[in-house]
Design a protein around this ligand. Structure first.
Ligand code: SAM
Ligand code: SF4
Length: 344
């Protein structure tokens, strides 16, 4: 953000309402999906024949800003906009501007597939966006197309350039790895991080896809990728590791710029330190990516709930946050929503 944010009296008034779950985890991170629509069809994320939500079911900018304001008053410090593809939501810089002005917000970020960044990077930065994550699963055109089901590598690389030029730094790259498809590119991505001063994060494939692609055969444990990179470019643990961040970050031991990180959600879950909740584009609060129940926020808002009631709703929902996911213990039930409809 370019200028310091104002502080708020109402934020301190609401300090009594802290978002803390039944396992003493303090929730400080809210991810907001602004649309379920997407111009890609990533094989691990979205059904090919998906039907979009009708517009009237989407949270309006006013509703999103109000929920964010009340959530910040209850202790949320970081907001990240996601989707679907968030840059497809019309007038997104306007929403960014409104969120950036909220008192008490420490960090405002966005996750995107990058295709619209050549057009929007500068307006987003001017509106107050601080950082972005760009998803990029392959540096090879054919492999990229195989995963995104769109021939758009050049467009995404141009988007990354535009984000850099707009000062949305440091740029993080998200790479979901699927065995036999793009796992051979780990060292190429590490080289990309070094050359461009990027934070490249490898994300383990999670069972939130449409259909049945996920399985042991498709999953590449993060430690395997780390060993491959370390053999080419020796790594050292990052001295700046955030204990709540899902990504475990590593720097290059030879002092080269850039980092590589590993989000090992399946093989090394970080549920114990999870401090995040999610709001879907249709206004449902989810306390875990893998939640089987949701808390409706849109309905009560449109029925006239006041700010105190909204805060109570958030506090009550967070109290039910799940201890952990069950991917590896035989109790796992796949949520009905695919990742694109949750907001990753
Ligand atoms: N469209 C934007 C994008 O692709 O960056 C934002 C939404 S997308 C759902 C957010 C992140 O979730 C992306 O980095 C994507 O790669 C990741 N993702 C989607 N499905 C996933 C899955 N099944 N396992 C792991 N990560 C996934
Ligand atoms: Fe769209 Fe992002 Fe899902 Fe790919 S990962 S289909 S870009 S929402």
């Amino acid at each position: 953000m370019n200028s310091p944010r104002p502080t708020s009296d109402s934020a301190s008034d609401a300090a009594a309402r802290v978002l803390s779950d039944g396992w003493s985890r303090r929730i400080e991170n809210l991810r907001i999906s602004v649309t379920d629509r997407c111009n890609f069809r990533c094989v691990y994320c979205i059904p090919e024949d998906i039907e979009w939500l009708p517009r009237k079911k989407l949270l309006t900018f006013e509703e999103i800003t109000r929920i964010a304001r009340v959530a910040i008053e209850c202790g949320i410090k970081k907001l990240r906009l996601t989707g679907g593809e968030p840059l497809l939501r019309k007038d997104l810089p306007k929403l960014i501007g409104e969120l950036a002005r909220l008192p008490g917000l420490a960090d405002l970020a966005l996750t995107t597939n990058g295709t619209e960044l050549p057009r929007l990077a500068k307006p987003l930065a001017d509106a107050g966006l601080e950082r972005i994550n760009v998803s990029l699963d392959s540096l090879d055109r054919a492999t990229f197309e195989k995963l995104a089901q769109r021939d758009a590598l050049a467009q995404v690389l141009a988007g990354i350039d535009a984000a850099e030029a707009a000062g949305l730094l440091p740029i993080s790259i998200n790479c979901v790895v699927i065995r036999g498809v793009n796992d051979g590119e780990a060292v190429d991505f590490a080289r990309f991080a070094r050359e461009r001063r990027f934070e490249v994060r490898f994300i383990e494939f999670m069972p939130l896809e449409h259909g049945q692609r996920w399985g042991e055969h498709a999953l590449v444990p993060g430690h395997e990728l780390r060993a491959r990179i370390d053999a080419e470019f020796p790594l050292a643990p990052s001295p700046d590791q955030d204990p709540h961040a899902p990504s475990k970050d590593w720097i290059f031991a030879d002092g080269a710029p850039g980092t590589v990180g590993f989000i090992d959600s399946v093989t090394a879950p970080f549920c114990q330190t999870c401090n995040r909740i999610r709001l879907t584009a249709d206004g449902k609060l989810r306390t875990c990516l893998f939640s089987l129940r949701e808390h409706d926020v849109l309905g009560p808002m449109r029925a006239g709930i006041d700010d105190a009631g909204l805060a109570e709703l958030l506090v009550g929902a967070v109290a039910t946050k799940e201890l952990k996911h069950h991917i590896s213990d035989g109790l796992f039930v796949k949520p009905e929503r695919t990742m694109s409809r949750i907001g990753g």
